[in-house]
Design a protein around this ligand. Structure first.
Ligand code: PPS
Ligand code: ADP
Length: 205
């Protein structure tokens, strides 16, 4: 966990609270965290879920590994330390979105259990829902899909420390949702998540 460097800083409370925002939006903010190998379907499922939510008049916002690494986290690579810092920053950003009342859909490999647990703890502390979605795929199937040609490059030694090839992926032990994308359809996956959001009361104020 990153240490706080600044001293003499104080939380400034506003006059508009989370419940006010929930009533305004007709929903509760939460973090839906997709974790899985490259090519497992994290981005594909988040994009489809965002559309399904929009159809029901619910506001979501996606944070995606590739996109965030072009901006906020452009100074980070793929060492274990950098991946940890990547997830820490996204976890904090996602907590802000959730507090704002938005359903924040995060698609990050996030290969380390400890890093994901830190983000979960951050949300627990803030009394915000954190839903971990394990986007499960066999390495074999992910390599067959290889949507960006990255496995091919990793096998050829052109990319080092590629998750699943020569870098670790620690699967969730007890995720809220487990999607087996080798043999589920995208529609089924979206339906499962929508049902979970509804069941937790997140789609109403
Ligand atoms: N070495 C290595 N290992 C894994 N992934 C790599 C690597 N190099 C580049 N990429 C591309 O970066 C995307 C993963 O970024 P993330 O921010 O999700 O990674 S992490 O959570 O910090 O592990 C990942 O996106 P997805 O394929 O969508 O998972 C790749 O496009
Ligand atoms: N059941 C499924 N769920 C999600 N994606 C699937 C599924 N079956 C096949 N795919 C395909 O797998 C690929 C996943 O790519 P992507 O969403 O970019 O993965 P990630 O974001 O995890 O790297 C896409 O080309 C998608 O169409």
């Amino acid at each position: 966990m990153a240490e706080q460097k600044a001293t003499n800083v104080h939380w400034h409370e506003g006059e508009v609270n989370r419940e006010d925002r929930a009533h305004l939006l007709g929903q509760k903010g939460a973090t839906i965290w997709f974790t899985g190998l490259s090519g497992s379907g994290k981005s594909t499922v988040a994009v489809a879920l965002e559309q399904a939510l929009l159809r029901e008049g619910k506001l979501a916002y996606r944070l995606d590994g590739d996109n965030v690494r072009m901006g906020l986290n452009k100074n980070l690579g793929f060492s274990a330390e950098d991946r940890t810092e990547n997830i820490r920053r996204i976890g904090e950003a996602s907590k802000l979105f959730a507090d704002a009342g938005i359903l924040c859909l995060n698609s990050f490999i996030s290969p380390y259990i400890a890093d994901r647990d830190i983000v979960r703890h951050l949300h627990d502390e803030g009394n915000l829902a954190f839903i971990e979605v394990f986007v499960d795929v066999s390495l074999d199937e992910a390599e067959k899909r290889d949507p960006k040609g990255l496995y091919k490059k990793a096998r050829a030694g052109e990319i080092k420390n590629f998750t699943g090839i020569d870098d670790p992926y620690e699967a969730p032990v007890n995720p809220e949702i487990h999607l087996h994308t080798d043999n589920m359809t995208l529609d089924e996956e979206v339906d499962i998540i929508m049902a979970a959001l509804r069941q937790r009361g997140l789609l109403s104020a």
